[in-house]
Structure formats: C-alpha cells, structure tokens
Design a protein around this ligand. Structure first.
Ligand code: ADP
Ligand code: MG
Length: 411
C-alpha cells in the first residue's frame, strides 16, 4: 500500500491541496502503474512526478525536449529542496551528476531523449536505481502530434529494459489520435490515461480575417494593458513587428526568436517575465516553459500550425485566472501556404497535416462558439455557447442583420 502523498505535498511544496487530477495521477504513479496524464498548460504537470520523486526510493528520470526547459525545471525543483540535476551537452559537471545518481543522491535527473536512448545512459541507469520514468511533452513521440521528435521514438527500448519501473507520460496537447498513439508508442494501457479539463474560461477568444494585420495587432496592443505576446510567422517578422508596434503604440516591445544572439534572447525573455507591461513579438520558439502568470493577451498575426498549437500558445495568457484575451488574425493566404507545405512534405508521411488544417479551418470559419470547437477537439462535451468568445458575445448572424438593417435605413 503506497504512502499518503498529502503530507509530503504540504511539507515539500507548501501547497494546501492537489489541483484537479494531480492526486489521481500521483496515486497511480505511487502504485507503480503506467500512466498518461493529459493536462492543460499551467495545470501542474511537473508536480505529478516531482512529488513521487521525493517519495520513491531511487531517482526519477525526466525526459524533456529542451535544455532551457530542463534548466527552468531544475531551478524550480532545487528551490523546493529536491535533489535534482540535468545531464545535457552544456553541463560541465556530468561526471559529478553520474556519481550523484549512482550514490542514490538524486530525486530527479533530467535528460534529453537523444541522450536517454543511448547505450551509455542505459548502462548508467542499470548501475543505479531508476524509480520512475517521466516523459514530458509526450506528444513529441507521435507523428500525429504537432511537434513530432524522432528521438522520442527511441525511448521505448530503454523503458522496456526497465519494464518494472513505472512510466508517466505527460502532455498538455493531444487530440484523440495523438493520445492513442502516445499510449501505443510508450506502452501504456488505455485505462492508464487521465485527462483533465481543458477549458480556460477566463480567456476570451476572438478570431478575425486580417486586412492589415499590423494595424489590427497595434489596436490590440493599444487597447489591452499588461504584458502580451504577439506571435508572428517568421524570425524577420518578429523584429519588424516589434519596431512597428513600438512606433505606433509607444509601448515597450521586444523581439524573440531562436536566431537571436543567446544573450539578447535571454535578456529579452527575463525582462518580459519581470515586466508588467511589456509586449513580446515572437516566433513560436517563445513560451514553452515560461511561467508568467499575468500575460493579459496573446495575439496571432497569421494562422497557427494546429489547434493544439493555438491552444498551447493562447494558453500562455491569463494563467493567474484573471481575464485575458486571445486574438487571431488569419488570411486565406495562410491556408494556401499551409496546403502548399503539406503538398511538399506528403512523401515524408505526415498523416496528421491535412486533418490539422481542416480542424483549423473549422475553428476560424465557424459562426458558432470557438471554445466549443476547441474543447470538442480535445474530446470534451462543452455547452453550445460559452459567453466569452467573439461569436458568443456578438453572434455573426446578428451583426449581419444589423448591417443589413443599417444599409436599408441609411438608403
Ligand atoms: P504545467 O507543466 O502543467 O504547465 P507546471 O508544472 O509548470 O504546469 O505548474 C504550473 C504552476 O502551478 C507552477 O507555478 C506550480 O508551482 C503551480 N502548482 C502546481 N500544483 C499546484 C497545487 N497543487 N497547488 C498550487 N499550485 C500548484
Ligand atoms: Mg510542464
């Protein structure tokens, strides 16, 4: 019989209670059962393996796709007193970290999938005591997911080498197809899947065709106080948009993309996290692993890659629960470009691409509730109207009628 995790939740993290499905997930993990936790961004996925890592004998091996993400996690885990380390190409204390693992002095060991799947790493694990495998951002294992990483596929032999060690896969974004694929790829039984509610009721979704997207985004930036993120499609566009928004709105605006000098990138990110009114113009490279609760708006200048990506990117708004807005401006040319891209990659077997585009089309073109479409996409059964998206707040049919009426009246 596994121990009650509640006292450790209080003692280590200082949280009064579990949130949502955390307790269910932790209970399964402590019982040694293979689990897939599908929980929205901000729901507290990390705790689902951090807490067991402190309670179980041995080390929890955390597979995570990005070094930056791992180092954020490391900081957070160390801050609550967990014994944690990362094993990455940029770490200079790798020998020391291996030693700490072998001596049983680590609760958490973070590694990237390409390292985790090597023979060296497997040998290392064999000589110590792995207590749990936590596979973060587990949708990366699926070609159906929006962020397929082939290295995730190589994890399975490692997991199966330690078949008795429980495995916990975690993701924020997975449609039914991707979920089924994660279960299969990672060898997790169907009853091991736990799905939390996806609704983010404080986010107001607004989706409009673009005419002049710079002006439209500038209006959002001017009208919405507080920190915000503007997602644009290319690296060059982040800097151009930042310059234009600075000029038009007078607000502090920065740019962020993977091609920036690392020091500049780090500074822009740190300044944004600390700021109460900064706007970040970014590619989708920005945001993963950033825990900034008070982002008041996210604006997309162009179509996101998928509904999952849209949900994840807009989900960075309003994590504090206060009202926040998500604006998306799209054009027919976004779809044309995406279709062209799909045509080009077809032979590389991207089975989800077409469906993903169709789902996005349904979201942007609907006259119905945006939230209902999003939540249905994630397998939920939401009410027909949410009262907090553009279409629910001013139904398009009603606008058309008024428009028509006005024309007649002014004629
Ligand atoms: P996710 O990975 O699901 O996006 P995180 O693990 O980064 O979310 O957690 C988001 C935030 O929620 C963190 O600041 C974390 O400390 C906090 N949190 C997690 N669990 C709880 C809880 N039970 N009570 C209060 N806060 C929590
Ligand atoms: Mg996380």
């Amino acid at each position: 019989m596994a121990r009650d995790p509640l006292p450790d939740l209080h003692r280590i993290f200082g949280f009064p209670a579990f949130r949502g499905v955390q307790e269910q997930v932790v209970t399964r993990v402590l019982a040694g059962e293979r689990t897939l936790a599908v929980m929205p961004t901000g729901a507290g996925k990390s705790l689902c393996y951090q807490l067991p890592s402190a309670m179980l004998e041995g080390t929890c091996i955390v597979v995570s796709p990005l070094i930056a993400l791992m180092h954020d996690q490391l900081r957070a885990a160390t801050a609550v007193g967990l014994r944690a380390a990362t094993l990455t190409s940029v770490d200079e204390n790798k020998a020391e970290t291996r030693g700490r693992y072998l001596d049983g002095e680590l609760d958490l060991l973070y590694v990237a999938p390409e390292r985790a799947s090597t023979a060296d790493f497997r040998d290392l694990l064999t000589r110590g005591r792995p207590a749990l495998f936590a596979i973060d951002e587990a949708h990366c294992v699926s070609e159906w997911g929006h962020d397929f990483r082939p290295d995730y596929r190589l994890l399975r032999p490692l997991l199966d080498t330690f078949a008795d060690v429980p495995r916990l896969a975690l993701t924020a974004t997975a449609d039914a197809h991707t979920r089924a694929d994660i279960l299969e790829q990672l060898g997790i039984p169907h009853e091991g899947m736990i799905v939390a509610g996806f609704d983010r009721p404080n986010i107001r979704y607004t989706i409009r065709p673009k005419d002049n997207s710079t002006r439209q985004i500038a209006d959002v930036v001017r009208d919405t106080p507080g920190p915000g993120i503007v997602y644009v499609q290319t690296r060059a566009a982040t800097e151009k948009m930042a310059a234009q928004l600075t000029q038009i709105t007078g607000r502090p605006v920065r740019a962020y993309h993977a091609g920036l000098d690392p020091a500049v990138r780090a500074r822009n990110q740190a300044d944004f996290v600390a700021s109460e009114d900064m706007v970040m113009c970014a590619t989708v490279a920005f945001g993963m692993g950033i825990d900034k609760p008070d982002v008041r708006f996210v604006a997309h200048a162009g179509l996101p890659k998928s509904i999952e990506a849209y949900y994840q990117e807009t989900g960075r708004a309003g994590r504090d629960g206060d009202p926040a807005v998500a604006h998306l401006f799209w054009g027919a040319e976004d779809f044309a470009r995406a279709r062209q891209r799909i045509g080009e990659v077809e032979e590389h077997r991207q089975p989800g691409e077409r469906q993903r585009l169709a789902a996005l089309g349904a979201l942007v073109e609907t006259a119905g509730c945006r939230r209902a479409i999003l939540l249905r996409h994630f397998g939920e059964h939401p009410p027909e109207t949410c009262g907090n998206c553009d279409n629910c707040l001013s139904p398009p049919a009603a606008i058309d009628a008024t428009e028509t009426a006005r024309k007649y009246l002014s004629a």
